[in-house]
Design a protein around this ligand. Structure first.
Ligand SMILES: O=C(O)CCC(=O)C(=O)O
Length: 271
């Protein structure tokens, strides 16, 4: 195991999580966010989506997801969750390489909004060249199967290259592009991961995943923090949406806006 995080980090992942993440492409860490904190973040996420919500694009695929329109740094209230030291520490240890925050957004699926999230991998949608990208999916409410929890295709991150599709393929055939590009993935076993509030899953950007719509009476609420390698280069492809007007293709990401996990851990209160 590569050691990248200090021994006094606010959270140390166990070997099983590392094996799950590296071998199969994802890991679920139960109870990573304590219950009192989850209640606070739930309120903040709901308020922010209420103020600034829009339907998530997912490259043109229809989806039940509603998300915040502005990037996280324009929402003061969400900063603490995006910079959360326990989640950041876990992401970096799983990745096994120095990481930084790329984005953080709240996502709601309203009751009985039953449009699934398309089958996709995140790499195609990510305008970065990086040694590793990881999404942390933080459950802010209980998410049983009928509320539309994530479904992963374990081991799909190990398919042969190229791992990135053209954005035009996503835009023209959003709901089928992943299986059109990599037909063997259609026959991979699928793992459905129900979550308790405070649980967090971490998955690699090359892993296939999707989710069903919300067939329940309660809102499905999650916060997704995307991490990328500390050495990532901003490299948008045709069709990528521009989220940060200040970034120029070919540049490294500036620390003040895309904080390094090592800085988040250095700032974190020690017990
Ligand atoms: O919440 C969902 O339905 C999809 C989330 C997702 O695609 C991700 O976390 O990468």
């Amino acid at each position: 195991m590569t050691k990248v995080t200090p021994p006094d980090a606010p959270f140390i992942v166990d070997e099983q999580h590392i094996t799950d993440f590296r071998e199969h492409g994802f890991a679920r860490i139960p109870g990573l966010i304590p219950a009192d904190e989850v209640a606070r973040w739930r309120e903040i996420a709901l308020d922010t989506i209420e103020e600034d919500g829009r339907r998530a694009g997912m490259g043109g695929g229809g989806t039940a997801l509603r998300t915040t329109s502005d990037p996280w740094w324009k929402h003061d209230t969400m900063t603490g969750l995006v910079r959360h030291p326990r989640v950041a520490a876990a992401a970096e240890q799983l990745a096994g390489t120095p990481m930084r925050v790329w984005s953080g957004q709240a996502y709601a699926k309203h009751p009985h909004d039953e449009v699934p999230t398309i089958w996709h991998e995140d790499l195609t949608l990510t305008p970065l060249d990086a040694p590793m990208n990881v999404n942390a999916w933080v459950a802010l409410v209980d998410v049983p199967v009928e509320r539309g929890c994530l479904i992963f295709l374990p081991d799909s991150h190990k398919r042969p290259e190229p791992h990135r599709a053209e954005m035009s393929a996503v835009k023209s055939h959003a709901t089928t592009y992943m299986f059109n590009e990599w037909p063997e993935l259609e026959w991979y076993p699928r793992v459905t991961v129900p979550m308790r509030a405070g649980d967090v899953t971490f998955h690699q950007s090359t892993l296939g995943h999707g989710s069903h719509g919300n067939h329940s009476d309660g809102t499905r609420l999650a916060f997704i923090i995307s991490y990328t390698g500390a050495s990532a280069i901003y490299q948008p492809r045709p069709g990528h949406q521009r989220m940060d007007e200040d970034l120029v293709p070919g540049q490294q990401l500036p620390d003040h806006r895309y904080p390094r996990v090592s800085d988040l851990l250095a700032e974190a209160p020690r017990p």
